[in-house]
Design a protein around this ligand. Structure first.
Ligand SMILES: NC(=O)c1ccc[n+]([C@@H]2O[C@H](COP(=O)([O-])OP(=O)(O)OC[C@H]3O[C@@H](n4cnc5c(N)ncnc54)[C@H](O)[C@@H]3O)[C@@H](O)[C@H]2O)c1
Length: 277
């Protein structure tokens, strides 16, 4: 890296880079993988859902002519994470990019959406186990590999708007998703705020190893919420609507690539301006 004249377009090029994406077959994960692969990166498609991961890796292979492998992994299990890193290194030789993207809701929606007063410690821990403990385990395993390689790297976390600001509780009346009422529980905010904190810590911790660590923070993404929710949420947003999933992707490509070579420890808000009021 130097200050000589260069092609700015080329800095976005990810050809020959190897990436791990976790939560890779979710609503945003597939889009993230497609974005990185379109810019040339080989992708380890990592998800709890092994069969979808394998199918989607085949699709990436065919569509983008990159190497893609599908790996089943539970990011809350250190042995599973270690096996995933081993398999990726075996397939690609080294790891240059980690998109530590897993997060979200647990399967038991009644427990996940319970009121704060009745929220069980068990469910609180279940969410934390994925959203922050799992992110820690994957950072630790992939980061150690990057340190060993001594070539630097780029790590990107996915946090959430509600890790930075509180939800406006008024928008949930009459709002539905998957046929039921919704809210955003406190544990989601607490876990995502922790992801932002971990981003900043690791950015300084690994700076001397030339490993950059950044975070993207999506606002609410349209994915089947009812009209009431979309209208109420959109009314709170300067750009007047929810996000589309694809609007998250170019920020990831930028942070993964040399185009952001002097950027580390940042949390990029992709929220239609919601946090700017
Ligand atoms: N969709 C949104 O509106 C939104 C908004 C803000 C932030 N985010 C964040 O963006 C990221 C992606 O969200 P999404 O909407 O694509 O979520 P999603 O629920 O569609 O996908 C999550 C994926 O993670 C996988 N997963 C769950 N637990 C796992 C585990 N223990 N080990 C490995 N994989 C596991 C699931 O199988 C799934 O494929 C999450 O961190 C989420 O919190 C999403």
């Amino acid at each position: 890296m130097s200050d000589t004249p260069t092609s700015y377009r080329k800095k976005f090029d990810l050809a020959g880079r190897n990436a791990i994406v976790t939560g890779a077959v979710g609503i945003l994960g597939k889009r993230f993988c497609n974005g990185l692969a379109e810019f040339g990166a080989n992708i380890a498609v990592v998800d709890l859902d092994q069969s979808n991961a394998a199918t989607f890796a085949d699709e990436l292979n065919k569509t983008h002519r990159v190497k893609a492998i599908g790996l089943g992994c539970d990011i809350t299990d250190p042995a599973s994470v270690a096996a995933t890193v081993r398999a990726t290194v075996e397939a690609f030789g080294e790891i240059n990019i980690l998109h530590n993207n897993v997060g979200g809701k647990t399967p038991d929606r009644d427990k996940f959406f319970a009121s704060f007063e009745t929220y069980s410690l068990e469910e609180w821990r279940r969410v934390m186990a994925v959203n922050i403990d799992g992110v820690f385990l994957v950072d630790q395993a992939v980061g150690a590999q990057m340190v060993k390689q001594a070539k630097g790297g780029s790590i990107i976390h996915t946090a959430s708007i509600y890790g930075v600001m509180a939800p406006d509780q008024r928008i949930y009346e009459g709002s539905e998703y998957e046929g039921r009422g919704i809210n955003s529980p406190a544990v989601y905010s607490a876990s995502k705020a922790a992801v932002v904190g971990l981003t900043k810590y690791l950015a300084t911790y690994w700076a001397d190893k030339k490993i950059r660590v950044n975070c993207i923070t999506p606002g609410g993404v349209e994915s089947g919420q009812n009209e009431t929710f979309k209208r109420k949420y959109g009314a709170r947003v300067p750009l007047g609507r929810m996000a589309y999933g694809e609007e998250m992707v170019n920020a990831l490509v930028w942070l993964a690539s040399d185009a952001s070579s002097y950027v580390t420890g940042q949390n990029l808000m992709i929220d239609g301006g919601l946090s700017a009021w």
